[in-house]
Design a protein around this ligand. Structure first.
Ligand SMILES: Cc1ncc(COP(=O)(O)O)c(C=O)c1O
Length: 322
């Protein structure tokens, strides 16, 4: 039980919650250890969603608390606009080593919405600097969730979560998701034909491939129940994106890097650390828990299509920055 008098909950706002009813039976978590949480009344809970997928190693882990305290003693804030720091460099090195070859650069953000917002910015800038200024539209999927800020909310596909804030930003198109059961095409055709990927191609063609910057997709949809895509979904989507010069943004904010998109294939060994003297700091598995707030893009390092390549050389224009 807390030693302090309880603050009034009417002074805070909780996401997606009606505050009046919350105030009648508030959930005020005081501490956690491992998978367990305790509220201020001493009631114990199992944290089945790991603090919304952010405390995957459990709560109150001394080794993590010690690292955070040690870092805090070194510096309170590292200005991201003009500097980096050894911890960020070490983490970037680790992430580059455990992900496939095409991922060579890491940009850190402080949350999932910020990561997806910036994935859209980078996608648009990428096409702009390759001479495709009209490639600005983003294709998202109904039922998806990519965050609560302007563009990330516009990319999401939950009408019920968005309508209070509409009209949202333009340039976001939605298609049917691989949500099973429930895909109307699956029901009509009596089985999966990957019609949900065909819907993406249809959207690309109807909007005009020259206007589409990226498709954003979670490897596993979690915001409307857990929806694992049918076999072949991402392989086919990858092909489509390559065919129409569209970037594929994997929103791995919830799944981490382990669910089928940016995980390094088992056969390919981890790359050596950037610094030869520096020993690997951690196994790939333990690193995945650090990846929860990232959105990753495939196709970023691909060569431009032949027309663009001949005009500008085979690499994206230099100086690309968020
Ligand atoms: C798939 C996905 N993307 C993005 C976000 C937004 O992350 P954040 O709440 O850290 O802004 C979430 C949050 O749950 C999410 O589930």
């Amino acid at each position: 039980m807390s030693e302090h008098p309880l603050p009034a909950t009417s002074q805070v706002m909780i996401d997606f919650t009606q505050m009046k009813s919350f105030g009648c039976d508030p959930l005020i978590i005081e501490r956690g250890k491992g998978i367990r949480l305790w509220d201020v009344f001493g009631k114990e809970y199992i944290d089945g969603v790991s603090g919304v997928f952010t405390a995957n190693l459990g709560h109150g882990l001394d080794s993590l608390v010690d690292v955070a305290a040690e870092q805090g003693r070194k510096i309170s804030f590292s200005p991201p606009t003009m500097a980096t720091n050894p911890a960020a460099l070490a983490l970037a090195d680790l992430l580059v080593r455990i992900t496939p070859e095409q991922y060579s650069t890491v940009k850190f953000y402080s949350g999932g919405s910020e990561a997806t917002e910036n994935a859209f910015k980078l996608a648009r800038q990428y096409h702009l600097q390759r001479g495709n200024a009209r490639k600005t539209k983003i294709i998202g999927r109904y039922l998806a969730y990519h965050g609560g800020t302007g563009h990330s909310m516009a990319a999401g596909g939950h009408a019920e979560w968005k309508w209070r804030y509409e009209p949202l930003n333009t340039g976001f198109i939605h298609v049917t998701p691989p949500a099973r059961p429930g895909c109307s095409a699956c029901q009509r055709l009596g089985g999966c034909t990957l019609a949900c990927v065909d819907a993406i191609e249809e959207a690309i063609l109807r909007e005009g491939p020259q206007t589409i910057a990226a498709v954003i997709a979670e490897p596993v949809m979690m915001s409307a129940g857990v929806h694992v895509p049918p076999p072949g979904y991402f392989a086919r989507l990858r092909e489509l994106c390559d065919q129409y010069d569209v970037l594929l943004i994997h929103d791995e904010v919830i799944t981490g890097f382990a669910c089928g998109s940016t995980e390094k294939p088992p056969s390919s060994p981890a790359r050596p650390p950037a610094s030869a003297q520096e020993p690997p700091r951690s196994s790939p598995n333990s690193a995945r828990t650090s990846c929860w707030s990232t959105a990753t893009m495939r196709g970023w390092n691909r060569s431009p299509p032949p027309s663009a390549a001949s005009a500008r050389g085979s690499k994206p224009a230099p100086g690309m920055s968020p």
